[in-house]
Design a protein around this ligand. Structure first.
Ligand SMILES: O=C(O)C[C@@H](O)[C@H](O)C(=O)COP(=O)(O)O
Ligand SMILES: [Zn+2]
Length: 284
């Protein structure tokens, strides 16, 4: 199966009230683990790729790996630019074979964010590519750039509704209290904001900062209108911990396969648990 736009699975997710996981790809082992987990549970999913990860992996390798995953698994998989910072980066990804892009204009003024997002939507839709927009500021560390919790501002429902109406995005990330990275305590998720916006727009709300959010909060967020949930940090932690365990037990190990195999297995378990929690198992 070729890579698909997120609109391939969003209508079903909304109708059946489940969320599709965006799992970030940082290298080949991440891609394999995510695909194996999804294949075992017959789930659609989204490969998220940040600009930092793109630089690390190279755009050609990234697209080739995602296409191989889609072909091998037969699952509906979207390859999605995560937190794209400009029209140019979004177009570069689309030209290379991405089936979906995020334009993160949350650092611009509201009106400028609308104007820039609209341009991306117009170009992307003409090529059958789906678009995610962002409103409000999500706290924590995003692709190595730290946003102070105090600077993180929640999205205003009226603005979010107007943002959707004017831009025509296919899903909308709004700041509702989650943060990137692991939480010191528990997040305070504003289900009321999710519900208010979701009841007025026909596309899913996106929850960034999905790592470390307690299961019950995830379930409540999906019930309120979240249809896409981003997870990266939990996979990074599981991967690194497994590598530490192997090297900690035997400092003489030098074959990368000896520590990357357990690392990949650890990530398969993380992704499977998220797919079960998000309700997307058997929805491919
Ligand atoms: O940090 C990245 O490279 C990707 C994240 O910004 C992603 O969009 C995300 O929201 C993941 O959240 P987390 O796993 O809770 O850090
Ligand atoms: Zn994010």
């Amino acid at each position: 199966m070729p890579l698909v736009s997120m609109n391939e699975f969003f209508p079903k997710a909304r109708e059946k009230k489940f969320a599709v996981g965006q799992f970030n790809m940082n290298n080949l082992e991440f891609a394999q683990a995510i695909t194996d987990a999804a294949q075992e549970l017959n789930s659609p999913f989204i490969f998220g790729v940040s600009e930092g990860a793109l630089k690390y992996m190279g755009i050609e390798y990234t697209v080739a790996i995602a296409e191989a995953a889609a072909k091998k698994s037969g699952l509906p998989i979207a390859l999605h630019l995560d937190h794209g910072s400009s029209f140019e980066v979004a177009m570069k990804c689309i030209r290379a074979g991405f089936s979906s892009v995020m334009f993160d204009g949350s650092h611009y003024s509201f009106e400028e964010n609308i104007r820039l997002t609209k341009e991306v939507v117009k170009a992307a839709h003409a090529m059958g590519v789906s678009v995610e927009g962002e409103l409000g500021t999500i706290g924590g560390v995003e692709d190595d750039i730290s946003v102070d919790e105090a600077d993180a501002s929640l999205a205003k429902p009226e603005e979010a509704i107007r943002f959707y109406e004017e831009t025509g995005v296919d899903c909308l990330a709004i700041a509702v209290g989650t943060a990137h990275g692991m939480y010191a305590g528990e997040p305070n998720i504003r289900y009321d904001i999710i519900e208010k916006v979701s009841s007025q727009i026909p596309v899913p709300i996106v929850l960034h900062g999905g790592s470390g959010v307690p299961d019950e909060m995830i379930r409540q967020s999906i019930a309120a209108g979240v249809g896409k949930i981003n997870v990266n940090t939990e996979n990074q932690v599981a991967c690194t911990q497994a590598i530490r365990d192997v090297l900690g037990k035997d400092a003489k190990v030098y074959d990368p396969r000896k520590y990357l195999t357990p690392a990949r297995k650890a990530m398969v378990e993380v992704v499977k648990s998220k797919i079960e929690l998000f309700g997307s198992a058997n929805q491919a």
